[in-house]
Design a protein around this ligand. Sequence first.
Ligand code: SER
Length: 313
Amino acid sequence: MHRIIVTGATGQIGSELVPALRERYGAANVIAVGHKKTPPPELLELGPYAALDIREQSALAALVELERIDTIYHLAALLSATAEANPLHAWEINMGGLLNVLEVARLNNCAVFHPSSIGAFGPSTPPDHTPQVTIQRPNTMYGVTKVSGELLCDYYHSRFGLDIRGLRFPGLISHKTPPGGGTTDYAVEIFPAALTEKKYTCFLKKGTYLDMMYMPDAIRAAMEIMEAEPGRLRHRNAYNLTAMSFAPEELAAEISLHIPGFTISYQPDPVRQAIADSWPNSLDDSAARADWGWQPRFGLAEMTAEMLAALSG
Ligand code: SER
């Protein structure tokens, strides 16, 4: 029987991971943890919720001890554009929060899931079919915290024997909770704009290729890696992961198949364009496929059809 907490539970990933974990392990065994005093009703009504600031280690420790937690999915973090707007705050939340989680996990022998990102790569990384093990010299604060996080998680595993596992998530596309302040957010915003206005102005320019994934695949990946045979995990922190790679005009063309007359125009935001240009065009996730059987289920066509159906329902 697992006793689990999910930090960042009210965020884009957390709001979908919490119900999936509750379904698998029982609602009472999965505590949603967020910084909001009043979270969305479905998180409160369908299971336990605790409000805390991830920067307060003692509050986290008290919760883990009181609830006899054995697994922490640590999702609380700032995304790339928000981090770039306030780099010191991003360091405090992303690194301070992670260090608190790792220390509490060490003292209570908890397993930890920690997401890394395509942001852990930088301009000197080979951009196409980016290998699992390669150059990681990101030039964004988000990327600096993601690489540092990968290293810190590896350290806690090798030094203290903690069971920590991670994935380098691509841009995540979902219709339940919007992301906030990410560089890949255009691939989410475009859907409601297409349905309501039949047009969208993209903050990245044509030809900007990035890896993406539909949220059900991401949720399944997080749960699968935590259930994988530990002896097979050669790259615990963290595995390259992808489901598709596209540029904005390709997503727009796919949407036009469902919404004839839909148009996309481009007004690049210099900050987010620079971030996107520093990230890979497409990752090689063969290590995840070989080590723990990773297999995406949603490509561009399936994801687009489901997004439009869900948002118009
Ligand atoms: N989706 C994230 C971002 O754009 C990347 O991990 O910041």
